[in-house]
Design a protein around this ligand. Structure first.
Ligand code: GLN
Length: 304
């Protein structure tokens, strides 16, 4: 029998002691002002008890983790049509990289880099009557928590500083891979990035990807085959130019965000979320990566 609480406690104590906790994202004050000492983990087991440690109940900006949820919503509705406008290959480049998009004629490498998520945002803006409201409702429903909100201030600051996202959206437009106005699509994208959740809520939201498409409460409308594909894209593209490293060290599909959150999962077994706002040079949570590596090593639970 694995003593999950003992393992999580030991990881927490060991990593919290580290002097080097990475660098908190500094491009907007709401992220720059989050104390580096914050650190939480929440393990949601599919067929068992859940475990947590530290700041697991403190909300943080989910940022790029939202890309999995927006992709899931578009994929559930548009099915394989989504792949007419983007690919599913790892980019090997930072999340906001642009030259690959130019070279590949405006077809983003995958839905989890910024340009790909902007194309997905465009699809949702076309598809939904009230895009921001309906997407937030989707996130609340899959999580089973109606309290989840956008942080309007974060969304506004993302817009003020989002020069590379404007560049990506304009490039997509020039290649005819953006149906709606740049402003409208980016307003949606900046809002999705601004969603705040805690470790428990993120573990609950991603439960469906570990549980064959069934949410904590109710159904996601994703087929088992779609869930398989989303998990495959998380494994290969969830960490930008550190996706190989994450697969190598941790061995789970997952997704990170510049707010310092990482959510990862083992199908049929568990979802786990770590939050520590200090990032490594690739923009992924420094302690979060280390914590997950320790967790899969100590429990011997990974997809490999
Ligand atoms: N809002 C950020 C951006 O678009 C999200 C990036 C991230 O979390 N990697 O630049």
């Amino acid at each position: 029998m694995i003593d999950y609480q003992e393992i999580l406690d030991a990881i927490y104590v060991k990593l919290q002691k580290r002097v080097d906790k990475g660098k908190v994202a500094s491009y907007i004050p709401e992220l720059a002002n989050v104390p580096k000492e914050k650190f939480g983990i929440y393990l949601n087991r599919i067929k068992g008890e859940n475990f947590c440690v530290g700041d697991w109940d403190k909300p943080f900006s989910i940022q790029s983790i939202s890309k999995v949820l927006s992709f899931a919503m578009a994929f559930a509705r548009l099915k394989n049509q989504v792949f007419r406008r983007l690919d599913v290959e790892p980019s090997g480049n930072p999340f906001n990289h642009l030259s690959l998009l130019e070279m590949e004629n405006g077809i983003p490498r995958n839905p989890f880099i910024n340009s790909g998520a902007i194309v997905i945002a465009d699809m949702l803006v076309t598809l939904l009557e009230e895009p921001k409201e309906e997407f937030l409702q989707f996130v609340r429903d899959v999580t089973g928590d109606q309290t989840i909100q956008y942080n309007i201030k974060v969304a506004a600051n993302e817009a003020e500083t989002g020069f590379r996202n404007y560049a990506a959206a304009n490039l997509l437009k020039s290649f005819d891979n953006l149906e709606n106005d740049v402003e409208r699509v980016l307003d949606f994208y900046f809002h999705q990035c601004s969603i705040e959740m805690n470790c428990k809520q993120l573990s609950d939201a991603f439960y469906l990807f570990a549980n064959r498409g069934k949410c904590m409460r109710g159904n996601s409308q994703l087929t088992l085959n779609q869930v398989k594909r989303i998990n495959a894209i998380m494994l290969t593209c969830g960490f930008y130019d550190e996706a190989g490293e994450f697969a190598f060290e941790v061995g789970l599909p997952g997704k990170s965000g510049v707010g310092g959150g990482i959510v990862a999962l083992l199908p049929n077994e568990f979802t786990i979320t770590c939050w520590s706002p200090g990032l490594n040079e690739k923009g992924n949570s420094y302690l979060g990566m280390l914590a997950l590596e320790e967790f899969t090593t100590q429990t011997n639970l990974s997809i490999f």
